[in-house]
Each structure stands twice: as C-alpha cells, then as structure tokens.
Design a binder for this molecule. Structure first.
Ligand SMILES: Nc1ncnc2c1ncn2[C@@H]1O[C@H](COP(=O)(O)OP(=O)(O)OP(=O)(O)O)[C@@H](O)[C@H]1O
Length: 292
C-alpha cells in the first residue's frame, strides 16, 4: 500500500505562474534543466515527478548535487510547495507493527489526502502527527539539554513534562545515549548529536520519517554505525522512511528501493538489484558501477 504519492510534481524556483508555465513547456519539449535555466533564468527543482513510497519501506532518493533531492523531500512536509502537481499522504497509517501487518494483508483502498489542500491548522497537525525530519546538520536547539531536545516535539503537542521526559528517555536509550540526557548538544560528538536528532524524530511516534543527508556529515565509521542502528530500529518500527543520500553505497545498504534523480527528473525507481541489472540509462549504470 502506498503511504506517500507524488503526482506530476514540478517545481520552478522564483518564477511567477506564467514564467513557470513557460519553463515547464520547455521541459515538456525535452529541454534539460540547465538549458532551461540558461534560456529563462529560472532554476528547475523538479519536473513531472511521479513517485510512490510504500508504507513501511525505507526508500532512498539518490542523485548528484543539484539533482533535486532536497527539493523533493521538502515537499513531503511542505517546507516547499510545488509549482504544479499533487502530494497524496495516507494519514490513516501509523507505524505500529500490528497495523502494518494488517495493511500488508488487506491492501485496501487508502484514505489519502492531498496535503497541498491543508489549511494552516491542518498543516500544523500534519507536521506534528504524521511527519518527522532528521537534518544533515542535526538542527538541535543549543540552549536545551539533550532530553529537552528529544522531548521537544511532545512539548509542542502539550504533553506533560514527566510523560514527555519518560518517552524521551526511552528513545535516548534506544539510540544508545542513556547517560547523556543532561548534556548540551555542543558537548557531544557529531555522531552523538545525530543520535539525538534521530531520537527526537522517533519520540513523536510519527509514521513518516524524512532523512535529508542525515549521515553525510559524519565520519565513515560513525556513519556506518548509524546506518546499522537505523536498519535495526526499522526492523522493529516499520516506519515509512524517505532517505536522501548522494552516496550510492549508502543507498544500496539501507534502501529497499532507490529512486534516482537527474536534473530534477526521476530517472528510475527500483530495488538495488533492479538498478544494477536493468539500469534505465547511462547515468544509473554509472552510479551502480561506481559502487564499491
Ligand atoms: N531556494 C532556491 N532558489 C532557487 N533555486 C533553488 C533553490 N533551492 C534549490 N534550487 C535549485 O534547484 C535545483 C535542485 O536543488 P536541490 O537542492 O533540491 O538538489 P540536491 O540534489 O538536494 O542537491 P545537494 O545534494 O547539493 O543538496 C538546483 O539547480 C538548485 O540550484
């Protein structure tokens, strides 16, 4: 069952509606994003993306710098709104393993909503209850202790201090940081800070986790440890995870499926094996052959 579905999503930056339509028309003729930028002056973030992320899957978005990865993931929590298209999210799905098993069995019709139609209040609710994000540079609040950072999303939901700290403690334990709850972020290494970032995202119990180059700032050894930890947690949690990376080795290691972007276009979605054995074009083939 699909959890998130992007339907014909295009994003032209800093253009009025008519200017964006002109850029889209050139893209529809087959012009690539750098030519469109040259001709019109507008940056193409994404062009005509159709992508379904299944409930409970860890889906990697891969591509070179500027290919549109961050633009894509930021549409899912509406940090960015598209120029055109729709974004469907099934808000009835939660990530409890029992629910996921039921969903897998039934494949019933979904109760997806187009999140672009949400008003401000509904959007706030959607961000609090459905999607969490882990950022590349951690995004911790420097003057809050570790436990306050992890409990932050629960405080926003007005959960009482004891209860939210109990939940935060549980997640700090899960990521291996039990003894650091009173520390401040700048007292921790990068790897520890990102574990706090992960615990904070998990503490809300939201079913969708967005990870934007979440491990890219870390040393290779620590990065590998966090990848392993994410995979171990995911075994139990069954979240729907959209994981951005520019590193094909990381994508192959953690991704059940991988979507490859090039110049704002979605080139191919498939399992690592699909991409290896049936690459859609030379760009995909080069990524797969560059894999160590
Ligand atoms: N705020 C913005 N204003 C104008 N153009 C933008 C903006 N954000 C992104 N772009 C352009 O959109 C295209 C896609 O950028 P995006 O950051 O989504 O790619 P990316 O694959 O995440 O790259 P990176 O790996 O370097 O972060 C690029 O050409 C970029 O210059």
């Amino acid at each position: 069952m699909n959890h998130i579905r992007l339907e014909n999503i295009s994003k032209i930056y800093n253009a009025s509606s008519s200017q964006a339509q002109a850029a889209l028309a050139l893209l529809a003729e087959g012009m690539d994003s750098s030519e469109v930028k040259e001709k019109t002056g507008y940056s193409v973030g994404l062009y005509d993306i159709n992508l379904a992320v299944k409930a409970g899957e860890l889906h990697c978005i891969m591509g070179l710098s500027g290919s549109g990865k961050s633009t894509l993931i930021r549409h899912i929590n509406r940090l960015i709104d598209p120029t055109s298209g729709k974004i469907w999210v099934d808000t009835s799905i939660n990530a409890k393993p029992s629910t996921m098993a039921k969903i897998a069995e039934t494949e019933t019709s979904s109760s997806s909503i187009n999140i672009l139609a949400l008003d401000d209040k509904e959007l706030q609710h959607y961000r609090q209850q459905t999607v969490s994000m882990v950022f590349q540079h951690f995004g911790l609040v420097p003057h809050m202790t570790v436990i306050q950072n992890v409990a932050y999303g629960l405080r926003v939901r007005k959960m009482g201090v004891k209860e939210r700290h109990d939940v935060a403690r549980h997640w700090l334990h899960e990521v291996g940081l039990s003894n650091l709850e009173r520390s401040y972020p700048d007292e921790l290494s990068g790897g520890m800070q990102q574990r706090v970032g992960l615990a904070r995202a998990l503490a809300t119990d939201n079913p969708i986790l967005l990870m934007d180059e979440a491990f890219s700032a870390l040393d290779p050894l620590i990065r590998a440890q966090l990848q392993d930890q994410l995979l171990a947690l995911q075994e139990r949690l069954n979240k729907t995870i959209v994981f951005i990376t520019h590193d094909i080795d990381e994508a192959v290691k953690v991704g059940q499926r991988i979507s490859i972007l090039n110049g704002g276009r979605l080139v191919q979605t498939g399992t690592p094996s699909d991409l290896r054995h049936n690459p859609a074009d030379d760009y995909v083939a080069q990524f797969m052959s560059a894999k160590t």
